[in-house]
Design a protein around this ligand. Structure first.
Ligand code: SAM
Ligand code: DTB
Ligand code: SF4
Length: 328
């Protein structure tokens, strides 16, 4: 797999005020004939990006399981019996070892995830050391720690964090069916804090949770109307985990997943749209369609947080087959 240093590593500043999207407009995009939708997405994609370059992020769960929240998709919620073993916050050297391995395998960004409702101050301090250490390796650093309180985003920024991931997860109208322990507005407030601290925003959602097409459009509308929209937009396909309330949800048609990527690309032209969770069972052909639809980022490495992801060799072979190369 060849690595090319290309000019798109840093996100271009996103225009502060872009026109708002209505749910009806976004839904109309979802309903376009498939070929027309992909053609529009390709046009937008090629205006802003090298269409053959892909950004690779590697995830590490730095604190696993035992979470107080009730997110219906999540294997780490204490209240569901999913077989996930709880693991206290990792030591700095364990995180560094994983980050070094991620860099050696070709990732450009290292994302640390914690199963917290949000970090307490005593939790945040060791994470700040992790951020400093990851940055010292020359990697971009991302963290996803839950809701942030006043001042915490600034501390992360000060430590050198590049991105904070906090997903809206779904449309406001469907949200209450999935999570009751925190409100949609709490999520928006955390994203405001991240933005105000001058961190790059990584925010996306999950599809395949039984939402309607209008609700899928509602999620993308919310993300696209953030002002400015996120620099990084992970689109996750629900990983169904036995023991969670969403296990056994009717599977989403893969082409509807591809449509979601295309609509994210059209409505957020300069964002890195990440083909995120749910790739393990996805064929190469569906993933190739996602790239055609404008996905230009992947979670890379054999593990997401607690569930599997394609083997590194499979991903390298796929990218090679498609003539795609990772950002340095
Ligand atoms: N606890 C923090 C929080 O909820 O913000 C950070 C970690 S949490 C696991 C990060 C994101 O992972 C969630 O917002 C959700 O979008 C995604 N996620 C969790 N479980 C998933 C699953 N089974 N399938 C797809 N995405 C999932
Ligand atoms: C995101 O949008 N997806 C990632 C990351 N951000 C933190 C997490 C996916 C988790 C999938 C289930 C698991 O492995 O536990
Ligand atoms: Fe906890 Fe995050 Fe999982 Fe929700 S998604 S249960 S907050 S770890």
């Amino acid at each position: 797999m060849t690595t090319h240093a290309v000019q798109f590593l840093r996100p271009a500043p996103i225009p502060a005020k872009s026109p708002l999207w209505s749910v009806a407009e976004v839904e109309a995009l979802f309903r376009l004939p498939f070929a027309d939708l992909l053609y529009r997405a390709q046009q937008v994609h090629r205006q802003h990006f090298d269409a053959n370059a892909i950004q690779l992020s590697t995830l590490l769960s730095i604190k696993t399981g035992g979470c107080s929240e009730d997110c219906g998709y999540c294997p780490q919620a204490a209240r569901y019996d999913t077989g996930v073993e709880n693991q206290a916050l990792l030591e700095l050297d364990e995180v560094l070892e994983a980050a070094r391995a991620a860099k050696a395998a070709g990732a450009s960004r290292f994302c640390m995830g914690a199963a917290w409702r949000g970090p307490k101050q005593r939790d945040l301090e060791p994470v700040l050391d992790m951020v400093r250490a990851v940055k010292a390796l020359g990697l971009e650093a991302c963290a996803t720690l839950g809701m942030l309180k006043e001042g915490q985003a600034e501390q992360l920024k000060e430590a050198g964090l590049d991105y904070y991931n906090h997903n809206l997860d779904t449309a406001p109208e469907f949200y209450g069916d999935i999570i009751t322990t925190r409100a949609y507005q709490d999520r928006l407030d955390t994203l405001d804090r991240v933005r105000s601290a001058d961190l790059h925003v990584c925010s996306g959602g999950i599809v395949g949770m039984g939402e309607s097409l209008t609700q899928r459009a509602g999620l993308i509308t919310q993300l696209a109307n953030l002002d400015p929209y996120p620099e990084s937009v992970p689109i996750n396909l629900l990983v169904q985990v036995e023991g969670t309330p969403l296990a056994n949800t009717e599977a989403l048609d893969p082409l509807d997943f591809v449509r979601t990527i295309a609509v994210a690309r059209i409505t957020m032209p300069q964002a890195r749209v990440r083909l995120s969770a749910g790739r393990q069972q996805m064929s190469d052909a569906v993933q190739a369609l996602c790239f055609l639809a404008g996905a230009n980022s992947l979670f890379y490495g054999e593990q997401l947080l607690t569930t599997g992801n394609p083997e590194v060799e499979r991903d390298r072979a796929l990218l090679d087959k498609l003539g795609m190369y990772p950002l340095a």
